[in-house]
Design a protein around this ligand. Structure first.
Ligand SMILES: [Zn+2]
Length: 263
């Protein structure tokens, strides 16, 4: 597959250096993810496409840094098809009509085919796309190399689903992963295992915090995330709640919805 990284030019506390989008050249020129619609992204996209059309955009999930660019792209390339797994309440934020896709679909892209791999957890509609011919996986927000992934518990995130998605992709054994944030990953097995281990360590810390008497997610955040940038506190709390919900689902903790304790 002939793949070109086109940066989203949207750096920030939640996007790191900004989003990666990928153009797959060939008979069916394809863009993986729409970023946020920044003028610099549209310019770079036009330069990469040169004189070819843009046949389709595959959107990995409805979070704004992946989907807000859909409308501006549709305006500039009106014949482009948009495809994503539906998440109705979020999809309404864009005016483009997306063609629904689902796990197991095979989508012609570039001069090859991408297998759709549903990987919920970070978002309910989260998809990865696997080029089975080369083992290249467009991994979206499944992992962030050198960092970790936010599981927004109050907005469709599920830690249990996220762990299952990591294990599923580990079993697929991709040769290379192209994430939406950060560098290309040439050692997917190691990075996926690091993310699984990170979650286990975090769970151990949260169980210890409950054991020590913390009841509210804010208290757990203060204990577990030392020296946290205050701007990231809300997201840290979301991740802690995701862990608490998982412990509750497993019968290891109980809650009245605001406070948690070990069972
Ligand atoms: Zn996301």
């Amino acid at each position: 597959m002939d793949i070109t990284l086109v940066p989203g030019f949207n750096p920030g506390p939640y996007t790191g250096a900004g989003n990666n989008t990928y153009v797959i050249s060939g008979e069916i020129p394809t863009l993986v993810d729409a970023a946020t619609g920044k003028a610099a992204h549209l310019t770079a996209l036009a330069e990469t496409l040169a004189s070819t059309r843009l046949a389709q955009v595959l959107v990995t999930h409805a979070h704004p840094d992946h989907a807000d660019g859909c409308d501006p792209i549709a305006e500039r390339w009106p014949d482009t098809a948009f495809r994503k797994m539906p998440w109705p309440e979020r999809d309404r934020l864009q005016s483009v009509e997306c063609v629904p896709i689902e796990d197991g679909d095979r989508i012609p892209a570039g001069d090859g085919t991408l297998l759709v791999v549903h990987t919920p957890g970070h978002a309910p509609d989260h998809l990865c796309f696997l080029d089975e011919a080369t083992g290249t996986l467009f991994s979206a927000d499944l992992v962030v190399p050198g960092s970790s992934v936010v599981i927004p518990a109050s907005r469709g995130g599920s830690l249990a689903q996220y762990l299952a998605s990591l294990r599923r992709v580990l079993a697929l054994a991709p040769a290379r992963m192209l994430p939406a944030h950060g560098r290309a990953i040439d050692d997917p097995g190691a990075v996926l295992s690091q993310h699984l281990e990170h979650r286990q360590r975090r769970e151990d810390q949260i169980v210890a915090a409950l054991h020590a008497g913390d009841r509210r997610p804010e208290a757990v955040v203060d204990r577990v995330y030392e020296g946290l940038d205050p701007g990231l506190k809300r997201m840290a709390q979301e991740s802690v709640v995701a862990h608490l919900v998982k412990l509750e689902e497993e019968g290891r903790a109980r809650s009245d919805g605001e406070e948690w304790e070990l069972s």
